[in-house]
Design a protein around this ligand. Structure first.
Ligand code: SF4
Length: 239
């Protein structure tokens, strides 16, 4: 076991755990936008910074990537940490001034509603955290989306921004996106879903009759997991 201190509280942790993991296990809240249990941490959003002291050195690190160490002293809310978080948030807000999630965080952290930096011309909501791209690639295994262009024009899209041929319409990218940037529309009846420029027909549950998943997603699961389609005909609630 490893002994460390987080916000003056003595804590035991397993070797290999990150500061963020240990903090969460011990009820210490550290804000994040790009952290999710289903994908590896990437340190993209930089909001989870904490101040650490190891020996005589103190420095600010991203807690989602930094591993715990014996004798480590962690401060999750020092003035230095809060200043870095506010600056990061102001930069994110300048890129995505329309994001409700960012505005909420800004108000919680006392960041001025008036942007300190010039807002992005397109008013997009994407903070370029890569959560959607990594989920599509690593969790779903489809790689239907990626980053295109460079600098301020960089954005998430399908190859050549055309209707995706590989997307299965699962919506995992939209569900995991922390800022609500990815648009997914479902018809009122629920019989179809549109995402990344393609409309997917939804399958109905053979028990309750409700639409529950895109047919393409079920076909993909059937093929990759070698499960007969008839075994995938019932929704999660009716199983
Ligand atoms: S669309 Fe959402 S999940 Fe994808 S990079 Fe942008 S903010 Fe992150």
């Amino acid at each position: 076991m490893i002994n460390l201190t987080i916000d003056n509280k003595k804590i035991e942790a397993e070797a290999g755990q990150t500061i963020l993991e240990v903090a969460r296990e011990n009820g210490v809240v550290i804000p994040t936008l790009c952290s999710h249990e289903s994908i590896e941490p990437s340190g993209s959003c930089r909001l989870c910074v904490v101040e650490i002291k190891h020996g005589k050195r103190t420095r600010v690190v991203t807690s989602c990537l930094y591993p715990v160490a014996e004798g480590l002293i962690v401060d999750t809310k020092s003035e230095r940490v809060m200043n870095v978080r506010r600056l990061v948030l102001q930069l994110l807000l300048a890129r995505c001034p329309e994001s409700e999630q960012l505005k909420e965080m800004a108000s919680e952290m006392g960041v001025l509603a008036e942007p300190r930096f010039t807002p992005d011309k397109d008013n997009v909501k994407c903070i370029l955290c890569r959560m959607c791209v990594r989920t599509c690639e690593k969790v779903v295994g489809v790689s239907a989306i990626g980053f295109s262009y460079r600098g301020t024009d960089k954005k998430v899209c399908t190859p050549f921004e055309e209707e995706s041929v590989t997307c299965i319409g699962c919506g995992a990218c939209a569900y995991i996106c922390p800022t609500g940037h990815i648009e997914m529309e479902t018809t009122q009846s629920g019989d179809s879903r549109t995402i990344w420029g393609r409309t997917f027909k939804m399958a109905t549950c053979t028990v309750c009759g409700r639409y529950f998943a895109p047919e393409d997603q079920l076909k993909y699961i059937s093929k990759t997991a070698d499960v007969p389609m008839e075994n995938l005909a019932v929704c999660v609630s009716c199983r």
